[in-house]
Design a protein. Structure first.
Length: 306
């Protein structure tokens, strides 16, 4: 496995007694910036962002969510937004952060949205690196935005991971099969342009998912979406986000929803964007790290000057 030269090794931080998150950190003492990964990623997806953003003046922290990467599994069995947020705010406390800029991708973007609504005093502003938005069907309909069309066949994984997670993990009964399955999201499932990731990239990014328990934990969010797994508290993605937000969307991905500009205006009233990144897909932190880093620096320029 080829490890990118920029990779920052994780350290394990106890966020509550007996429960630790693996955290990659650089730039201690700078402007607090939390980077939240999603599926099929771990904190490794931010490997090309930590050092440049730390050099720009940020205290950059990229944790593995509970159950992912090198973090502990959920001690209470919960894998929902409220549980993830509890870990992250506890991490803030351990780091001495009162508030932070929060950047999220995929599941991490939805966690960031929930975090901003659940703990508004802890989130200074948001950076959303895909088209994740609050769930506001009535507001969208009132604005004349039609509901999303049926999803294409490549979304069959949602049904399997949400309704048949145990059976799917049983089928993927070797580390190689598990890693190959996760690697498909970077390939023929059309989340990004062809050849955006080479074999060395995939070996590095999929390595944590060779563990069956890690893969199973990552399916929990899909079970929550499918209604087959309970949640510890209601999700707070049913209201607009009032903080300032920067929204970047890779144009070349099948996961992109319709009418993103119109939805964004309602979901993020204080948004800058959305800005479309042509030639890039779902994995902007890895596919276009220089653009992501410049955008975050510019969006937070007032904080960096203080």
């Amino acid at each position: 496995m080829v490890v990118p030269a920029e990779v920052v090794a994780p350290v394990r931080i106890e966020v509550r007694e007996g429960h630790r998150l693996a955290v990659r950190r650089r730039g201690e003492g700078g402007v607090p910036l939390l980077l939240v990964h999603g599926f099929p990623c771990t904190s490794r997806i931010w490997s090309h962002n930590l050092l440049p953003l730390a050099a720009a003046g940020f205290d950059v922290v990229a944790p593995d969510l509970r159950g992912y990467g090198d973090s502990d599994f959920a001690p209470d069995g919960w894998y929902d937004f409220a549980a993830f947020d509890a870990d992250l705010t506890a991490l803030f406390d351990r780091l001495g952060w009162q508030t932070a800029v929060v950047a999220g991708h995929d599941l991490g973007a939805m966690i960031a949205i929930d975090l901003a609504n659940r703990y508004p005093e802890r989130v200074d502003r948001l950076v959303i690196l895909d088209d994740s938005m609050p769930d506001l069907p009535e507001a969208y309909a009132a604005a004349g935005i039609p509901p999303s069309p049926p999803k294409p066949a490549v979304f069959d994984y949602q049904r399997r991971q949400g309704h048949h997670a145990d059976e799917l993990v049983a089928e993927l009964n070797t580390p190689e099969r598990r890693r190959r399955y996760v690697g498909e999201f970077y390939g023929h499932r059309l989340w990004c342009p062809p050849d955006a990731f080479d074999e060395a990239d995939l070996a590095f990014l999929t390595e944590p998912y060779g563990d069956a328990a890690r893969l199973r934990a990552s399916f929990a969010d899909y079970e929550v979406m499918a209604g087959t797994r309970p949640v510890s508290a209601p999700e707070l993605i049913d209201r607009p986000v009032r903080q300032r937000a920067l929204v970047l969307i890779g144009a070349d991905q099948v996961t992109r929803g319709e009418h993103a500009e119109q939805r964004c205006a309602i979901a993020f009233p204080e948004a800058v964007g959305p800005f479309w990144v042509n030639g890039a897909g779902h994995f902007l932190p890895w596919e276009r790290p220089e653009l992501v880093n410049r955008s975050i620096r510019s969006f937070c320029g007032d904080l960096l000057r203080h």
